[in-house]
Design a protein around this ligand. Structure first.
Ligand code: BDR
Ligand code: CA
Length: 321
């Protein structure tokens, strides 16, 4: 069955790969992209989204703007580590080989998500945040009626692994720990795709070479961009395993097929102060609660996912210009 997807992106290299995966998935209908801040500024990410859609010939898909900064701040600047991992432009300093003539929609990301959640059931629509929780937090604050209507498969956090910003904190949660904590405190149906599983799925230079050999502009762009990510991961990531982590693509894939991961039910919280700020951990105040609303992915059928990821990415790149 085809699922409707809203992808929330801070575009970003693995965000670009997640978008490509969804566009290459016959079982997905991307009804909109909601832009957020994180790997890049909101405006840069939204421009990347528009240009990527132009590159893939999919400018029919609307792009909406989310909040441009954390809920407890008045602005946002890109952390130096994001500039290093994703390049200043978000796509590894490789230029997207298309320029969109479109603009982002007038309607806000928050209103688009609310409207969609009210229109479709949980088995029809999945919202996939792959950046800060600021937008989802704003959705719940504005429309509490959608909390138990909207299915969420989120990339972020870490339960059984150290963080990737520091030993406690994963990058997406680090952007707005307060918002993430409020989101996990609700009774929403959230699957957390964190570093526990995303660090087990990799793209290698052999894969990017195959992509390049497809001979299309899109294939070359995706290959060059991903090579940047692999090279920088090798230089900067002490946990480098021979390829780049497919963080956001795995969340996108689980939104379409939950059997790719094994999950652990738990009521999560996020530490919002002290040395462990940003840590996603079980909430001691809800330990005895019979209802566990978050499902944390703790293992992944990595071979099945990576095979499917490459098939869909390569097919999309082969049929693009
Ligand atoms: C997450 O942080 C961002 O850098 C990536 O796009 C991904 O969503 C990984 O921690
Ligand atoms: Ca992301």
């Amino acid at each position: 069955m085809t699922k409707k997807i809203i992808l929330d992106l801070d575009t970003g290299i693995d965000d670009t790969l997640a978008l490509s995966y969804i566009l290459g998935s016959p079982d997905a209908e991307l009804i909109g992209i909601t832009g957020t801040y994180g790997n890049v500024l909101l405006e840069t990410g939204v421009n990347n989204d528009l240009n990527l859609l132009a590159m893939f010939g999919r400018e029919d898909i609307p792009v909406f703007k989310g909040p441009s900064h954390p809920s407890d701040a008045s602005d946002f600047s890109v952390p130096p580590s994001s500039g290093i991992f994703h390049g200043e432009n978000g796509t590894g300093n490789i230029e997207i080989p298309a320029k969109s003539t479109k603009q982002a929609q007038e309607q806000s990301a928050v209103d688009f998500i609310i409207e969609s959640a009210r229109k479709y059931d949980q088995d029809e629509l999945v919202y996939v945040p792959t950046g800060a929780s600021t937008t989802l937090d704003a959705v719940y604050a504005k429309a509490p009626d959608v909390i138990d209507r909207l299915k969420v498969v989120m990339m972020g956090g870490a339960l059984t692994q150290p963080g990737n910003c520091n030993p406690f904190m994963e990058a997406n949660i680090s952007q707005d720990p307060q918002a993430s904590n409020r989101v996990f405190a609700t009774e929403a149906n959230i699957t957390m795709i964190g570093l526990d599983v995303t660090m087990k799925v990799l793209m290698t230079k052999e894969d990017t070479q195959q992509l390049r050999e497809l001979g299309t502009k899109a294939g070359r762009f995706l290959a060059d961009m991903t090579d940047y990510y692999i090279d920088i991961s090798e230089q900067e990531d002490p946990a480098f395993q021979g390829g780049c982590n497919l963080h956001d693509p795995l969340a996108a894939a689980v939104a379409l097929d939950a059997t790719l991961v094994q999950t652990f039910p738990v009521n999560l919280m996020v530490e919002t102060e002290g040395p462990g700020i940003g840590r996603t951990i079980g909430d001691p105040n809800r330990l005895l609660s019979p209802v566990k609303n978050t499902k944390v992915a703790i293992d992944v059928d990595g071979d099945r996912f990576v095979k499917r990821f490459k098939e869909r990415l390569f097919a999309l790149a082969a049929q693009s210009e």
